[in-house]
Write a protein that binds this ligand. Structure first.
Ligand code: PEP
Length: 246
């Protein structure tokens, strides 16, 4: 199981440190899930320091598709690795829709992440219109095909895939466990075509308004291997409840 906390554009140095300390202190020694925190770029060093001596990992919310050069305001995969990240979120719907990231850019970002030794958490998901048009699976498969265009089997196996229906992110409207399972099974089928039986080992996580009171039902589905948590990851008690909802 994998649980990610996407802190988005929230917190300051003091509150990021405190939230990290509360999460570390509240996790049990027997924690079975891989837990990863995704603070803003500027808070990566303080969160890294607050995580020391814990099994919780550090990830970034985004990364440049370029290695280095005249790209003002960008942060490269190598820089993230250097500062202590093991994971990076790529293709989050807020990046796709607010910042117009294309499938081609996301494919390049994946390549840069692998070159730097980062594990990507690749986000895919359909909008409400696409779901209403009965195109949800077509859209998700197209995003996966495009993102993995330049990846080999080993790289696909290393990627965590986050299915995040856009209509469920930050809206309080969660996909039903059956809706999540249906799409996760489709993604598992895609992976099977690409990596064979190893598809079983690829983590496919759900994101979109996961809260302590709905996490257990979603995580109980056979193809749901955890969650990417936005709003609820900013409250230690809620995030910890979700981390133990297996
Ligand atoms: C997210 O940001 O990836 C997310 C799932 O947010 P929320 O849990 O707030 O819907």
């Amino acid at each position: 199981m994998f649980i990610g906390g996407n802190w988005k554009l929230h917190l300051d140095t003091q509150s990021a440190t405190q939230l990290t300390q509360e999460i570390v202190a509240g996790l049990s020694d027997k924690q079975a899930a891989e837990i990863v925190l995704f603070p803003t770029f500027v808070h990566l060093p303080v969160v890294r320091d607050a995580l020391c001596n814990s099994d919780v990992k550090l990830g970034a919310q985004n990364q440049s598709e370029h290695e280095q050069g005249a790209y003002t305001g960008e942060v490269s995969a190598w820089m993230l690795k250097d500062v202590g990240c093991q994971y990076v979120l790529l293709g989050h719907s807020e990046r796709r829709h607010v910042y117009h990231e294309t499938d081609a850019m996301i494919a390049k970002k994946l390549t840069r992440a692998f070159e730097a030794g980062l594990k990507p958490v690749l986000c895919v998901g359909e909008t409400l219109d696409e779901r209403d048009d009965d195109r949800a699976s077509e859209v998700v498969l197209q995003q996966l095909n495009a993102a993995f265009a330049d990846c080999d089997v080993a790289q696909i196996q290393t990627t965590v895939i986050a299915y995040e229906p856009v209509w469920a992110i930050g809206t309080g409207r969660v996909a039903t466990p059956d809706q999540a399972q249906t799409m996760h099974a489709i993604i598992r089928g895609f992976l099977h075509d690409r990596v064979g039986d190893k598809a079983r080992d690829v983590q496919i996580i759900y994101g979109g308004s996961v809260k302590p009171d709905n996490a257990k039902d979603i995580f109980s589905k056979p193809d749901v291997d955890g969650g990417l948590i936005g709003g609820a990851s900013l409250v230690a008690e809620d995030f910890l409840a979700i981390c133990s909802a297996f």
